[in-house]
Structure formats: C-alpha cells, structure tokens
Design a protein around this ligand. Structure first.
Ligand SMILES: [Zn+2]
Ligand SMILES: [Zn+2]
Length: 257
C-alpha cells in the first residue's frame, strides 16, 4: 500500500519527467501510471466528453445532425470550426490547468487535437494561433495558443504563421454576450504580413471556442487580407446555448460566468 509521502514523491517524479520531456509514465489527467508512453490513460480518454455529432459550421455538439440554430441565425466568418471535446468535465479541467501554468500539457492537448487536424483540415497551409497582446503574455507567462500551435506543427509539419498581432487589449470577455464580445474585439487584430496570408488556407488554433467571437474577428481580418479559406480548431467547444433558437436579448453562457 502506498503511503502519502510515496505518492507525493511519485507525483513529483512525474512532473520532473514531464519538464525534462522524458518518456511519460503518469497520466496527465489522473496521475495514474501508464505503461505505453501515452500522455493520457485509456480510462481518462474514454471518459472525456468527445463531440460525436457536431454542427458542420461551428463544430459545437448538436443532438441532431445539421446546422445549429446559432449558425442559422448568424454564421461565423470561419468556414468550418471543430472542437475535440465539449467544454466540460476533464476536458475543461485540462484547459484550466494548462492556462493556469501547466505548460507541459500542450503536448497532451496537441496529441488530442492532431487526429482532428489530419481528418478535417488536411489541406491547411499554415496554423494561426489566436494572438495575445504583449501585456497579456507577460501576465500569463506564456502564449497558450502559440504553444499548442507549435506542438501541433511539430506533429503535422504545418508551419505556424506569425502574420497577425493583437494590438489592443480587450476588456474581460467572460461576462459578455457574443455581440458584446464582437464589439469588444473590433480593430484588435492586425495582419502585419499580408503576403504570408494571401491565397492561403489557414487554420486558427485556440484552446476553447466559447461564443466564437474571437474566431469570427480573427477570421474576418485574415479574409480581408485575402486568405483563401479560414477554419478553426480548438480542444474544447462550449456547448450551444440555445438549441431551440437564439432569444433576442442574449445572455452569457453559464459556463463562462
Ligand atoms: Zn488518466
Ligand atoms: Zn453551428
């Protein structure tokens, strides 16, 4: 039987191994031992809220195949978005831990996103991580979307494009509706290298699709810079708020509060 200190020692060894990028022997989600070098154990993988049926446009989970009510009401500028999981349970916790500072989780996140990239976005020319302002990067200590894009690039061979910058700090978006978020994001992304974008099929990379406002704004500037196609891939997608139609006065999703 394991004692508390031996469990702590084991967890510490696991963290050191991940920092040093030694072969994995503990699951990144539950911390239990794994024997095949996988970053996430089979039990955690099968318990994660994978999206099986999704809206063909925004990629959110839907109960019946077809375009969701939100996309019928208002389409995103990105042609096709996909998320691997709904933003709940262990998938949501993985995002929270990653953005909270557990950078090594980018490898597990990229492992989970790669099959969707290969299946749905094989014709992508380059990956475009959602950019952060310098101030936001300094606050967090790292650029979370860029690290995921770089880990995906190492696996897929698709280059990461640094052609877009976020030039304006946006107010906290958590409590805003999609329209308020869109207003908040107006003019905040700037394409500084239009030649790198022109005629390219681009894939926006981020951790989570919430209202879609960020992807919408970024896809808009890329398309105005003459990108050929813009799509988006995230690890999680917040489930559709109004499966039976969008009410006139939009409210923030409870998961965002
Ligand atoms: Zn596990
Ligand atoms: Zn949709």
């Amino acid at each position: 039987m394991k004692t508390a200190w031996s469990e702590r020692l084991e967890a510490w060894c696991g963290r050191v191994a991940k920092r040093l990028r030694l072969p994995n022997y503990t699951c990144d989600v539950c911390g239990r031992e794994v024997f095949d070098g996988a970053r996430i154990c089979d039990a955690c993988l099968s318990a994660m809220p994978r999206i099986e049926v999704c809206c063909p446009l925004c990629g959110r989970k839907v109960n019946e195949a077809g375009v969701c009510m939100e996309c019928k009401a208002r389409r995103l500028a990105a042609e096709k978005c996909r998320a691997v999981f709904t933003h709940e349970g262990e998938a949501a916790r993985l995002v929270t831990r990653y953005k909270g500072g557990a950078r090594y989780l980018r490898e597990a996140i990229a492992d989970l996103m790669l099959p969707v990239l290969e299946r749905e976005f094989a014709d992508t020319d380059a990956l475009v991580p959602v950019p952060m302002t310098d101030a936001a990067r300094r606050r967090r200590g790292f650029d979370h979307a860029r690290l995921i894009a770089e880990a995906l690039s190492a696996r897929s061979g698709k280059p990461v494009l640094s052609a877009v910058v976020k030039q304006k700090e946006t107010a906290q978006q958590k409590t805003l509706s999609r329209r308020e978020r869109e207003k908040n994001l107006e003019g905040c992304f700037h394409v500084r290298d239009r030649a790198a974008v022109r005629d390219k099929t681009l894939l926006i990379i981020d951790d989570t699709l919430t209202t879609g406002a960020t992807v919408h704004a970024l896809a808009g500037v890329l398309l105005r810079a003459k990108a050929k196609r813009v799509c988006a891939l995230t690890l999680t997608g917040v489930e559709q708020r109004h499966p039976f139609g969008v009410p006139s006065g939009e409210e923030p999703h409870p998961a965002l509060l």
